[in-house]
Design a protein around this ligand. Sequence first.
Ligand code: IMP
Ligand code: MG
Length: 189
Amino acid sequence: MISSREIQNMQKNMVCLHTQQEVEVAIDRVAEAMNQTFSADDLPIFLCTMNGAVIFMGQLLPRLRFPLQIDYVHTARYYGTMHAGDLHWIAKPTTSLQDRIIVIVEDIIDSGITLARVIDYCEQQGAKKIYTAALVDKEHERSENGIETVDFAGLHVEDKFLLGYGLDYQGFFRNLPGIYAVQKPEGRE
Ligand code: IMP
Ligand code: MG
């Protein structure tokens, strides 16, 4: 695990790219777009991708004015293995997705692989229509196995390693009240 000294060093060297107020305005915009998109008859299921999207999801939902249900998925990507990029499923939704409208809520789209795999899963479960939302759309080249864009994006941010508002390094910094860019400690993945 990262040490408290490393955490403090990273915190000293990080740069705020978007303040809390800017993030909240972005969440307002996403909510407004969703309020225009969904009607009272749609009854979508909002799928929170744990853990990163928990803050975005929590701040988004009270801004939405149509009936909805929530559930969650929890996945992890394998890195540095023969199967780099494969998705490991920690938790799948317990609500039936059959014939339902799904909105997958992510903290960030980077290569686009996580969202592509979660979309595949929702399709296999018989979802009627699938939308994607990400608080941050990172200006990073997408993988050929990833999706290109999300239906609802909060902020478009340059290709740096980002922290805050759910985005983490080794599980820390998710609670930072803004979007920050940081150098990862040398030699760390
Ligand atoms: P993708 O599958 O490459 O699109 O990446 C999505 C996942 O990678 C996100 O859910 C995050 O957990 C993680 N991720 C990607 N970029 C960053 C970042 O800049 N900071 C923290 N986590 C990131
Ligand atoms: Mg994540």
